[in-house]
Design a protein around this ligand. Structure first.
Ligand SMILES: *[C@@H]1O[C@H](CO)[C@@H](O)[C@H](O)[C@H]1NC(C)=O
Ligand SMILES: *[C@@H]1O[C@H](CO)[C@@H](O)[C@H](O)[C@H]1NC(C)=O
Ligand SMILES: *[C@@H]1O[C@H](CO)[C@@H](O)[C@H](O)[C@H]1NC(C)=O
Ligand SMILES: *[C@@H]1O[C@H](CO)[C@@H](O)[C@H](O)[C@H]1NC(C)=O
Ligand SMILES: *[C@@H]1O[C@H](CO)[C@@H](O)[C@H](O)[C@H]1NC(C)=O
Ligand SMILES: *[C@@H]1O[C@H](CO)[C@@H](O)[C@H](O)[C@H]1NC(C)=O
Length: 194
């Protein structure tokens, strides 16, 4: 009986491998400034655990608008915008507030959807101002780690070679601890009404 119990626990542990690995603390984009990160980015693709995918379920034409607050540049509004299921599907907007204890902010933030909710660690790890950027966010609670790597571009598409190099970097930094697949975001026939 005891042996069976131990065996079950071990098997469950192996299947779910709880607790999950800690959130990673990756190096940040060199010379990060919020002015360079501000503006509109299109989501080229992502690697995302189910917890994060829940919010973005069925999203196409996904883009984000990054707006630094004039009074306090360490507080940043991020609007996450997409259409549900189809380019002409209902618009879904969810706003996030980024805060940093560093002045000026260095690319690492606490990201919160609502005051009082636990905040995720938000890291801008690559930033080519006019071209592309990469963001890794992660939240660990009760030994469960949810994370997302977003590949973002100033245009709705991005050179495949660059995407592959970014995916190599993600592997080198060991950000994809659950070995999830990279998923390209659908950016065809989008109107970007907002
Ligand atoms: C970062 O800034 C320093 C000092 O301005 C500069 O020498 C360096 O080339 C910059 N690095 C990158 C990757 O832009
Ligand atoms: C950021 O969001 C806050 C709260 O929603 C709002 O008061 C503020 O005006 C926004 N700032 C910008 C620059 O959008
Ligand atoms: C999200 O932010 C945008 C731009 O700052 C604002 O227009 C919109 O009202 C906000 N939406 C929600 C649901 O807070
Ligand atoms: C995020 O919040 C925690 C807890 O308040 C704080 O210790 C940490 O410095 C913050 N991180 C950043 C990047 O501001
Ligand atoms: C993509 O980028 C690589 C390396 O920067 C370049 O050699 C290649 O020509 C580009 N491909 C396209 C289709 O632009
Ligand atoms: C985009 O629109 C074209 C023409 O209406 C259609 O043939 C194509 O399947 C659409 N692509 C996607 C991904 O919706």
């Amino acid at each position: 009986m005891h042996l069976f119990y131990l065996l079950s626990i071990t098997l469950i542990g192996l299947v779910y491998s709880w607790p999950d690995p800690e959130c990673r603390l990756p190096p940040l984009a060199t010379n990060y400034t919020i002015q360079q990160y501000a503006g509109r980015w299109f989501e080229v693709g992502k690697i995302q655990t189910p917890g994060g995918a829940y919010f973005e379920k069925g999203c196409v034409c996904t883009h984000i608008d990054v707006s630094p607050t004039v009074q306090d540049p360490t507080v940043v509004n991020v609007s996450n915008i997409c259409n549900k299921n189809a380019p002409d599907g209902p618009l879904v907007v969810s706003n996030q507030t980024l805060t940093s204890s560093m002045k000026p902010a260095n690319g690492r933030y606490n990201a919160s959807f609502l005051p009082g909710l636990p905040s995720a660690a938000y890291n801008v790890i690559v930033l080519r101002t006019d071209d592309y950027s990469v963001e890794y966010d992660c939240l660990r609670e009760f030994g469960i780690t949810n994370y997302c790597v977003h590949i973002l571009s100033r245009k709705p598409t991005l050179n495949e070679t660059i995407v592959n190099n970014i995916l190599k970097l993600v592997q080198e930094l060991d950000l994809n601890t659950a070995k999830l697949e990279y998923v390209q975001t659908k950016q065809q026939n989008c109107s970007y009404a907002r």
